[in-house]
Design a protein around this ligand. Structure first.
Ligand SMILES: [Zn+2]
Ligand SMILES: [Zn+2]
Length: 175
């Protein structure tokens, strides 16, 4: 998580003033009582997930039960950069943030479904998931094989990017 937080801060510092403004606006949007921090209540109201406590704890570096702007930036980075991947494993402890290696359903990816079906290593290994496709590849192998097959340059549509709305939608679906 520290690595991601550092990446998030680097990302934020390189944003244009306009995008920095946008990040501040998102923060203010979640901070409904305007006290400069996001409480777990406000966080839940914005994201509404069963995984919310774990997610909040991961983001709350100081452990004071509140997210300041610095901590919020990590969430912003994960969402904006599309690095906020969700494990679809049943009752997964790694969810909602999957970093590094994970497995993705090849068919869902190729069919351009609304969302990809992704699993962390332990859910995939232990078969802790229900899905109607059986062919999974880890994200690194997958990206390499995809790049090798394609002669054309990837379009925007090839990226699975999580927008704020999708992020909220996906977490709401967990309830
Ligand atoms: Zn699938
Ligand atoms: Zn998992």
């Amino acid at each position: 998580m520290q690595e991601i937080h550092n990446a998030a801060l680097a990302y934020y510092h390189n944003l244009s003033d306009e995008l920095k403004q946008k990040a501040s606006e998102k923060f203010k949007e979640m901070d409904s009582n305007d006290n400069g921090t996001i409480s777990i209540k406000e966080f839940r109201r914005s994201l509404g997930s069963s995984e919310i406590k774990r997610c909040f704890k991961l983001l709350d570096k100081t452990g004071d039960g509140k997210l300041d702007f610095n901590e919020f930036i990590t969430l912003y980075y994960l969402v904006e950069s599309g690095r906020g991947v969700f494990c679809d494993g049943h009752g997964c402890k790694a969810s909602p943030f999957l970093n590094g290696l994970y497995f993705t359903c090849v068919e869902c990816f190729h069919n351009n479904e609304a969302a990809t079906f992704d699993l962390c290593t332990s859910c995939y290994r232990d078969g802790k998931y229900v899905h109607n496709h059986a062919s999974f590849l880890d994200n690194y192998v997958f990206l390499r094989s995809k790049a090798a097959c394609e002669s054309t340059t990837p379009t925007e549509d090839d990226h699975h990017e999580v927008t704020y709305d999708q992020f909220i939608l996906e977490t709401e679906n967990d309830i």
